[in-house]
Design a protein around this ligand. Sequence first.
Ligand SMILES: *Cc1c(COP(=O)(O)O)cnc(C)c1O
Length: 396
Amino acid sequence: MGNIPAREAVVHMTTYRRQPLTLVRGQGTRVFDDEGRSYLDFIAGIAVDALGHAHPGLTEVIAKQAGTLIQVSNLFYTEPQIELAELLVGNSALDRVFFCNSGAEANEAAIKMARKWGILNRNGAYEIIATHNGFHGRTLGSVAATGTPRYRDPFGPMIPGFIFVDYDDVDAIKAATTEHTAAILLEPIQGEGGVNVPAPDYLKRVREWCDQQGILLILDEVQTGTGRTGTMWAYEQAGIEPDIMTLAKGLGGGVPIGAMLAKEACAIFEPGDHGSTFGGNALSSAAGAYVVRQLVEGGVLQNVQARGEQLEKRLAGLEDRSPLVAGQRGVGLLRGLVFASDIAPDVATKAMAHGLLVNPVRPNVVRFLPPLNVSAEEIDEAIDIIDAVLTEIAAG
Ligand SMILES: *Cc1c(COP(=O)(O)O)cnc(C)c1O
């Protein structure tokens, strides 16, 4: 295999700040590096490996579908795609699905559809209100909706029509709404922004405002969706329904797939409006259908709730024990441990040396995103490692 980092440095774009770790295989919540060391994986492909690594059922479904039919384009019907669409529609408040391959693409689809909807139904309105610190992807459309200037600034003029307001501030949305507004685009919890959980009535009040104004509510559930927060969709816990919802990350259990779902009234794409060569192909759809079934019928959602509570308690314990910890936040198995100073990268590096992978999502926040079928013992093991790391850092 040779020295992968050295080979990478010659041929790959310098797009990523990588950990000095080459991973070769995984099993459940564990991954193994090229020197045979094992790590508890509390990043899980960034909230992607919903069922962990090498899950026997998912492996079998993928292998079987690969040996049957992988891709025929959307010029033809396939059963796995329609089965996954039925599962998503049957288990959500939305009525129709469009499939693509990533979160950014799902948001592209949502942005295009909301613009078309506003142009037709709100007298040409095409503006979308999004939030500072939000994250919607890296394509030109989705990055134009992403409220982090450094992701946008190097790339020249952005697609017009995005207005940014503070997250968790309903009055700011109201003040920014005009006759040009077509939709509001939000994450139910800001994931990449640092696991920011809004006030309990935030989404409800935004929903009421959208209804009052006759504008669409788009929820980006790319990270919070497919069970991550303990319900199938995070919006359920807010007691509301979005008009449009985008998915990706956990949906395929590691196989790339994205989806944009909409209520009937705004599902206004017509043939020629939008498309994707790979979107919802037989392979990724079969994987997605298996993941959704495991969540709904296989007890995985209940596991997220139980393990999420356990993780919350254990993180609260760290908060009590260590003066380095300022707090914790999150829902289900999307959680952040907040430090009093910018030690998150140091904590993550030291945790890796102890055999635990966690993601420093902000300088002062480490994010925990274990597989949704993580065990109680693995949660304990992970937090014991963080505890030891904090003791180490405190000792200087
Ligand atoms: C990761 C993420 C995206 C982008 O997904 P990609 O598959 O990387 O394009 C969009 N929105 C949210 C909320 C995300 O967490």
